[in-house]
Design a protein around this ligand. Structure first.
Ligand code: NAD
Ligand code: AOT
Length: 315
């Protein structure tokens, strides 16, 4: 299948590399000039589960995309604040039949994608794979993960499209599943990011260190409660104690994922970049205002992260 990876940072590079290795025709599209040029000159370099690999892949600057780069499937992997610009730059390659899959963290991205893509071609989901950017043209890819996805509109044709995407991802070992209850899955992951990412960023900790504190349980429970309250208004039922237990049993393992510094920590504290807080906790605050629900924990955390972005002069 011809696949465009739109946003070829850490995660886009992972998916691009694995899909290319499985024989698909992959093109990387990205807005970071040094990164694109490094891939064009020397290939995409990756530490792939401890092995150094170099993969020769076509890479294009998003501002230089033309109709010739048309593909069957576009996988969106920008940061949330880069999504609209990417879709705008991709206009020449978004056709009547182009399927567009969104795997970004955060909630509500379909509202942006709908401005550029017919609803029946939009597929939403999330992923438990991880990846890290080491510099232009270079990524670190460790461990394993899963993908859950579904068609945005409920037609037989759209479901068939979703199942085809699942098959393509699985041909590359990406462990994809069709998820009937995808909005629940997206909210569940947003609860993980909504409680781990901002807090670890402010506290300069990894997930294990934060989880070892005496107040971690209380804070996480209050954040998840706010996500659950707004989700109710969207007919998504979140069992707070179940999700808190999921976060505690999955994120705090001191030998594995607990040692992970969330992507937000890396964006702000390591790379002086703006964060996705407005699309995670900030999105809950906006929904809370709309539905008349107080969201003090999410609001405070969002404000703290914004303060830190400003103090550090993040871009
Ligand atoms: P990323 O920051 O690595 O890449 C996103 C974009 O930012 C790319 O266009 C990339 O080229 C650009 N970029 C990266 N570093 C840059 C730098 N130093 N200067 C200029 N531009 C730079 O993002 P990601 O981690 O691949 O995440 C993509 C989406 O997937 C996000 O919504 C994220 O929350 C989600 N996600 C990430 C992970 C993870 O482990 N990284 C896991 C699950 C979901
Ligand atoms: C994560 N981390 O999504 C991934 O860092 O943004 C991130 C992120 C899978 C499981 C737990 C945390």
């Amino acid at each position: 299948m011809k696949i465009t990876i739109a946003g070829a940072g850490a995660m886009g590079s992972r998916f691009g590399l694995m899909l290319h290795n499985a024989g698909h025709e992959v093109v990387l599209v990205d807005g970071w000039k040094d990164h694109v040029e490094a891939i064009q000159k020397e290939g995409l370099k990756a530490n792939f589960n401890g092995e150094e690999v170099i993969v020769k892949l076509p890479a294009l600057l998003q501002s230089e995309v033309t109709e010739t780069a048309t593909s069957d499937l576009i996988i969106l992997f920008t940061k949330a604040m880069q999504l609209e610009k990417m879709l705008n730059d991709l206009k020449p390659v978004i056709h009547e039949k182009t399927k567009v899959l969104c795997l970004l963290n955060g909630i509500g991205h379909e509202e942006v994608i709908e401005k550029f893509v017919p609803k029946e071609n939009i597929f939403i989901g999330n992923t438990m794979w991880t990846a890290g950017m080491e510099g232009p043209g270079r990524v670190k890819l460790f461990g394993s993960g899963t993908v859950a996805l579904k068609n945005l509109v409920d037609t037989e044709e759209a479901k068939k499209g979703a199942l085809e995407i699942v098959e393509v991802l699985n041909s590359a070992g990406l462990n994809a599943n069709y998820s009937e209850n995808i909005l629940y899955a997206i909210y569940k992951k947003a609860c993980v990011n909504g409680s781990m990412n901002g807090l670890c960023t402010i506290l300069l900790s990894n997930m294990y260190e934060f989880g070892s504190t005496t107040d971690a349980h209380m804070i996480v429970e209050n954040i998840v409660k706010e996500f659950a309250e707004v989700a109710k208004f969207e007919n998504i039922e979140i069992n707070v104690s179940e999700i808190v237990e999921y976060i505690e049993s999955n994120c705090y393992n001191c030998k594995t994922i607990g040692l992970h510094y969330p992507s937000m920590y890396q964006d702000l504290n390591k790379n002086n970049r703006l964060t996705e807080i407005d699309y995670i906790n900030g999105a809950v605050v906006r929904k809370g205002e709309k539905y008349g629900i107080p969201t003090p924990y999410c609001a405070f955390l969002t404000a703290l992260v914004h303060c830190k972005e400003q103090i550090l002069g993040a871009k």
